[in-house]
Design a protein around this ligand. Structure first.
Ligand code: SF4
Ligand code: SF4
Ligand code: SF4
Length: 316
């Protein structure tokens, strides 16, 4: 994906020179390997900051909410779906946006790479087509990217942007025949006690830092329910029930809206698989309502429509 970088820079430069945008939102190379950072630039002199490779795991739509200026933004499949969600939820207008579409082949799971090098310090990472090389003080290893994709990317079926103004390259082949919900089906097969035990176990190390919430572009309420103190909806301690309440309510906020971009999971400092909560809701949305979030501007989001003649008996 490195070949995209020059095209992104060229497009951003042109947009500024033609006066079409006030700001351009993309990624810059991270100060540590495998951690590229979102960047907002405001003129053509800054375009050389822009970068793209398979370490752009954070979701840029966080920076769109309620902006009033004209914005250029890079968007791969999942980011473009969150842009659609932002537009349909009236957080931004389509007219304000110039979307530079990125055909995506997935992001690298930095934790899996870290495990593979036995937690030694990685000083650099370099992509070479379908492989990448990591280097440390006294080691050097090359890996196949397909073996080290983020969990959400390995089952992603919308790698190409769903809306864009121009693309940096031709579309990539979409993955077909993947079972995105194998893990959810296993959990569905558990009895209620086992389910509770499963979810209790996966959040037992949660430190309530809210990085998962902050990384998610769907969490844009001016005051989050966990921060509200009058009334206080949920306790602020690390009591396991408070922690579970946070996770369940956060997931329900994302019902019918989550694009499985993986930003929440990537941001978690203690590696909690928080997508296990949202994935069940994504599966239900797909199976019960034929709905996947953010695929089109032509339909209202799942939870803000009601049809008296709905084809599902359980709704009427
Ligand atoms: S979820 Fe899909 S579009 Fe998003 S980063 Fe992964 S592969 Fe790319
Ligand atoms: S809940 Fe997680 S996976 Fe879903 S949209 Fe938010 S950050 Fe992305
Ligand atoms: S980012 Fe991780 S540790 Fe922080 S609140 Fe979310 S799940 Fe808990």
């Amino acid at each position: 994906m490195l070949e995209y970088v020059e095209k992104i820079k060229e497009t951003a430069r042109k947009l500024f020179e033609e006066g079409k945008v006030d700001v351009f939102i993309g990624y810059k190379k991270g100060s540590v390997p495998m951690m590229n950072q979102p960047v907002l630039i405001s003129n053509a002199d800054q375009v050389d900051l822009l970068y793209w490779d398979s370490n752009c795991g954070l979701n840029l739509c966080n920076y769109l909410t309620r902006r009033t200026d004209r914005i250029g933004i890079v968007a791969n499949g999942c980011n473009s779906r969150n842009i659609v969600t932002h537009i349909t939820e009236n957080q931004i207008s389509r007219d304000q946006l110039y979307i530079v579409g990125i055909p995506c082949k997935g992001m690298i799971d930095h934790r899996a790479v870290q495990r593979a090098v036995k937690q030694r310090e990685i000083l650099s990472i370099e992509e070479q087509g379908e492989t990448f090389m990591v280097k440390g003080k006294d080691f050097e290893d090359t890996f196949n990217k397909s073996d080290y994709l983020q969990r959400n990317c390995s089952v992603c079926t919308h790698r190409n942007p769903v809306i864009f103004d121009e693309m940096v390259a031709p579309p990539v082949e979409e993955q077909i025949g993947v079972d995105a919900y194998k893990d959810v089906k296993e959990i569905e097969g558990m009895d209620p006690d086992k389910k509770w035990e499963f979810f209790t176990r996966i959040i037992e190390n949660c430190i309530r830092c809210y990085a998962c919430r902050n990384a998610c572009p769907l969490c844009y309420c001016p005051t989050c329910f966990v921060d509200e103190s009058k009334p206080q909806w949920v306790g602020k301690s690390s009591d396991p029930i408070d922690t579970m309440t946070f996770h369940i309510l956060r997931a329900y906020h994302c019902a019918g809206r989550c694009t499985d971009c993986g930003a929440c999971e990537r941001a978690c400092p203690v590696g909690i698989p928080v997508r296990q909560f949202t994935k069940k809701l994504n599966k239900d949305a797909k199976e019960l309502f034929s709905w996947e979030a953010g695929l089109t501007l032509d339909q209202r989001p799942l939870l803000d429509v009601f049809r008296p003649d709905d084809y599902n008996d359980f709704i009427r």
